[in-house]
Design a binder for this molecule. Structure first.
Ligand code: NZQ
Ligand code: ZN
Length: 385
């Protein structure tokens, strides 16, 4: 196991009815901006619960944050924060609303051109408006981490930043809020959480038994519960297990003391930036193609994954690794995110533009060995046609 430092200061309120905790979590004299997306929280009653918890408080609202949140939209919210003296941001929604709100929080207190925040990966942030969240889509882990992914629509650049200043002070995870998710977003959430786990697991062994077994537990849970959520959307226990799996998959626990990959995400972000695919659709396309390309380097962990997650008992290490790839593709397809570009109407034409965007962004040495170049990415995408 490698050395690590671990700290996660986000307070979690988990379970039905926990939105009422907002009354205790947000200072009574705060000037609050409630941020949200395209309106799902109005239809499913979540916004009503937020209003009830904040009765008598000073709050304004900023809606319209789109999936894969746009820099251009978020800068309008930054103006509201500055003009209205907002000192607390409450993000109510999925990863896009939470990520967008992290950016608003940092940009409102940033000196200079706010796009620099993305260009410098958040390293120059020195302050941010305090932020809390009410999560409505179990997927990204953004509710309990300090990362965010923002898209500049004008240039199709989808870039990420990290900063301890944007770590949520608290997050409210009420599984009931996820009952209204459409099948496409159920699939996306399960696949995103699954691939987050894999990005921190399917590398090479470092004898990190705790991290490996937590990862394998999350993967097994997602495989068991994901299809149930599609079949029976109002099953509380299923939603609760999915919600906590997704948070645990990217709250820093799994990456302690182990190598991490993230090539699938880096390639996937370019596919979304250029072609508008949902984040988790890109992950389903790219993940197993990376494994096929890097089979020798990843074989030991993939065989372990086959044994412990899919109960594959027979065959050589390579045969087990190949079985794991096959089973993973079947799982993605069963959830609703098929693992090929062609399933989304895309083909060879994407290969060069994706590699060119990665080069332009300086992401030219991907993976746990930092040995995946843009040329390698082209070969990986050919395996995903
Ligand atoms: O906008 P509304 O109307 O709310 O509708 C949303 C949106 O259309 C809908 N939705 C959310 N909760 C709902 C609901 N519909 C019905 N009932 C509910 N309870 O779902 C749609 C997608 O929402 P979005 O927030 O975009 O989904 P997700 O949570 O998957 O977030 C994806 C974004 O997060 C980034 C992705 O790149 C992408 O931009 N990521 C953030 C990460 C992080 N901060 O750590 C890590 C991830 O790897 C990922 O990159
Ligand atoms: Zn992701």
């Amino acid at each position: 196991m490698n050395n690590f430092t671990y700290f996660n200061p986000t307070r979690i309120h988990f379970g039905e009815g926990q939105i009422a905790q907002l009354a205790n979590e947000i200072p009574s004299d705060a000037r609050i901006l409630i941020t949200y997306g395209g309106g799902s929280i109005k239809k499913n009653g979540v916004l009503d619960q937020v209003h009830a918890a904040l009765a008598g408080r000073h709050f304004l609202e900023f809606g319209g944050i789109e999936a894969n949140p746009h820099f251009e939209t978020l800068m309008k919210a930054v103006e509201v924060v500055k003009a209205e003296g907002i000192d607390f941001i409450l993000a109510v929604g999925g990863g896009s609303v939470i990520d967008g709100s992290k950016f608003i929080a940092a940009a409102a207190r940033y000196q200079g051109d706010a796009w620099e925040i993305l260009q410098t990966y958040g390293s120059k942030i020195t302050d941010a408006v305090p932020l809390g969240t009410v999560l409505t889509l179990a997927a990204t882990g953004s509710e309990m981490n300090n990362g965010a992914v923002i898209t500049k629509a004008e240039t199709q650049d989808k870039l990420f930043f990290f900063s301890p200043f944007v770590q949520p002070r608290f997050s409210i995870l009420d599984p009931v809020t996820t009952f209204s998710l459409p099948p496409r977003q159920i699939a996306n959430g399960v696949v995103d959480a699954f691939v987050h786990t894999l990005e921190q697991y399917s590398t090479y062994p470092v004898n990190a038994k705790v991290q490996d077994r937590i990862a394998e537990g999350l993967l097994r849970t997602l495989i068991e519960e994901g299809p149930k959520a599609q079949a029976n959307p109002q099953d509380y226990d299923v939603r609760a297990n999915l919600m906590w799996s997704a948070t645990m998959a990217l709250n820093g626990t799994l990456s302690t003391g182990v190598p991490t990959d993230w090539a699938t995400h880096m390639i996937g972000h370019e596919l979304t930036g250029l072609y508008g695919l949902d984040h988790a659709q890109t992950l389903a396309i790219v993940q197993t193609a990376v494994w096929k390309y890097k089979l020798a380097a990843k074989q030991a962990k993939l065989a372990q994954y086959a044994e412990r997650v899919f109960d594959v008992r027979d065959g050589s290490q390579e045969q087990k690794a190949l079985a794991a790839i096959e089973q993973t593709e079947a799982f993605f397809a069963a959830m609703g995110n098929p693992p090929r570009l062609s399933a989304y109407g895309l083909g060879e034409e994407v290969i060069e533009p994706v590699a060119a965007k990665l080069t332009a962004h300086g992401h030219v040495a991907l993976g746990e060995h930092a040995d995946i170049t843009p040329e390698d990415v082209q070969a990986i995408l050919r395996l995903a046609l």
